[in-house]
Design a protein around this ligand. Sequence first.
Ligand code: OAD
Length: 252
Amino acid sequence: MASLVALVTPLAERLRTATRVTVLTGAGVSAASGVPTFRGANGLWKQHRPESLATAEAFARDPALVWEWYAWRRSTIAACRPNRAHEVIAAWGRRYADFTLITQNVDGLHEAAGTRHVVRMHGSLWELQCWNRCAVAPARWEDRRADFVELPPRCPHCHGLVRPGVVWFGESLDPEVLRQCDAALDCDLFLTIGTSSVVYPAASLAPEAKRRGAYTVEINPDTTPASATLDLAIQAPAEAALDAVDRSARIS
Ligand code: OAD
């Protein structure tokens, strides 16, 4: 696949000299693992309206319906394994002392591939929060059950409802997460991989990194609002492009 090698060569060269590397990922990075994306022909938002499943109002109205959807996503994703894209990103995390991975994904596949200290903009599918924010429950806790006996599940402390530990539409992002994102924009190389670049504030990160002087690269088989504005757009699936970059780095 000569064309893919040619496409990734400028990125491979930057990776050789960069010392501060930041990667932002979206749903497309997990597509090859079998995790459905949100937008596009078979995207989740083609079959479901975000406002009926991914808002606090929807949960208040019908927690059982919202939980059925999240329980389905948990059981789907529990069967998925990291792909080559997750693996190459995890290897970069070991190679660069100054490396940050920011993800919009809630699936946990970056962590499963071995990336540590993932900055999760939209929370985690594998964490729960007490809906009532009861005084006894921690702010969030891990719960990796894929099958719940009781839906909606209950808070182990106050026995009220629990909600998924994800950020819903209309909710604010964790200020500490935003601070970590901002700090990671001061880098040599910023990659935005597998995201449609339409959801903010994630979509603002690559342009801001470029403004601060980073070389910016997009990897996505489709064009997005970011494609024409960044330094390099590699139009290819993440798992193929990152595999090609990794091989290129090893033979040079
Ligand atoms: P989207 O579903 O909006 O976009 C996925 C992107 O991945 C698209 O641009 C596809 O072209 C691309 N893609 C598909 N297959 C790919 C592959 N193999 N390699 C690389 N790219 C591929 O997902 P996000 O941009 O992550 O928010 O969506 C952002 C947010 O919108 C999500 O975090 C979620 C959603 O509503 C919340 O739930 C808060």
